[in-house]
Design a protein around this ligand. Sequence first.
Ligand SMILES: [Fe+2]
Ligand SMILES: [Fe+2]
Length: 167
Amino acid sequence: MGTKGREIVGMDVDELIAMLNQAYADEWLAYYQYWLGAKLAKGPMKDGVMAELTQHAADELRHADMLSLRILQLGGTPVISPAEWMKHSGCGYDAPADPYVGELLVQNIKGEQCAIMTYKKLLEKTQAGDPVTYNLALQILSDEVEHEEDLQALKEDLDILVAGHKA
Ligand SMILES: [Fe+2]
Ligand SMILES: [Fe+2]
């Protein structure tokens, strides 16, 4: 923990750590959802979808890393056991039980939209009192906004392709 770094935070640090741990659990679950979905994917445009999901998995793991470092700086402990992830998570986990690419995209778009709201809330909470976490949340939010658009663009192309086959 950085003592002065913690001291300058102008908000309830325990509440902040709890919010960071919620996002941290979300990122691990998102990582696994993408990582497994990329391996299971079936259907048209499979290669493109797999490549995108694999890239997103790497980004979510990097976000978990960034959040863990901030939690430690503040004197907190990142969620200590995977068994606790679901308990802390705000966005939960959508098991990729249906491997169809269109279904995986819909699930992950939903996940990104939840992540966008999580980081928007974190930005609002830290705007006045914690510029370091604010900056972190801003970086992650930018990635999540990009992720949502990547997936929606793929879904649009998939829908056009599928409609074309039916016509
Ligand atoms: Fe993320
Ligand atoms: Fe994401």
